[in-house]
Design a protein around this ligand. Structure first.
Ligand SMILES: CC(=O)[C@@H](O)[C@H](O)COP(=O)(O)O
Ligand SMILES: NCC(=O)COP(=O)(O)O
Length: 238
């Protein structure tokens, strides 16, 4: 089974745009769970433009499904936040300063010893570790040597190329997934997955444990409502 973790960053973006508490990020997370989400994902960024550090504490105290915190572990504040909250999973993402959104995976070769150190730090604290990577066999192989539990395949290229040629778009991901499984790594995926491209991805990728989806899912909820939206994403993963 592939679990659906709903990324609620965009709910916080909307809330922050007016300075009050509407929509209530915590309530939305609880409702996502009630409507069938099997996890909640947040990606706090140093400027707190969407998820605030306090949100993470509030969510940790209330949610009952898997909590996945994504972010840049080169930020000490991020590392402290994760260790203080002990989520189910931390996803290490190599964000640069000022990025609009995540746009590449780790170079797991160049950062091998650093990622080893970070994986050990979080695993020793009882937190499952996932490393964000592009579907490149060399990066997957080197990720396995870091001691991480899982990798998350960065799916932006798949989502873009899906419309041109689905089979070609998914091929590097299917190969990376097979290799990850052979190397004993658990497999997650995310970025720009949506109701058009998700089912095909799921059908072609073996051993896919979790997808984290935010931008498109929250946009779909404007038209379909949150409950129906989550139902449709779950249906595509079954
Ligand atoms: C790590 C990743 O794939 C990102 O998609 C992410 O978590 C979204 O971040 P933003 O919501 O800040 O664009
Ligand atoms: N890890 C990917 C994620 O959490 C959500 O990405 P997106 O659906 O907002 O592109």
């Amino acid at each position: 089974m592939t679990k659906l973790s709903v990324n609620i960053n965009k709910v916080a973006t909307l809330r922050n745009s007016r300075g009050g508490n509407n929509p209530n990020v915590l309530q939305v997370a609880l409702d996502c769970e009630k409507f069938g989400a099997q996890g909640i994902t947040v990606h706090p960024r140093p400027d707190e433009r969407h998820i605030r550090y306090q949100d993470v504490y509030d969510l940790k105290a209330a949610i009952t499904t898997e909590f996945n915190i994504e972010g840049n572990c080169r930020e000490k504040k991020f590392v402290d936040l994760v260790l203080a909250n002990k989520p189910t999973q931390v996803t290490l993402v190599p964000d640069e300063q000022g990025q609009i959104t995540s746009n590449h995976g780790w170079d797991t070769i160049a950062n091998q010893s650093y990622l080893k150190e970070m994986s050990a730090l979080f695993k020793d604290a009882g937190i499952r570790v996932s490393i964000f990577v592009d579907p490149d066999p060399k990066m997957v192989e080197a990720a396995a040597s870091t001691g991480t539990d899982r990798i998350e395949l960065y799916t932006e290229a798949y989502a873009t190329n899906y419309y041109k040629n689905p089979a070609e778009a998914v091929q590097p991901y299917a190969e990376a997934a097979k290799l990850a499984h052979e190397l004993g790594l658990g497999l997650n995926a995310g970025h720009d997955l949506d109701l058009h491209n998700l089912q095909y991805f799921r059908s072609q990728i073996p051993h896919l444990l979790e997808v984290s989806i935010g931008h498109a899912l929250i946009a779909d909820a404007l038209y379909l409502g949150l409950e129906e939206t989550i139902k449709r994403y779950r249906a595509q993963l079954s």
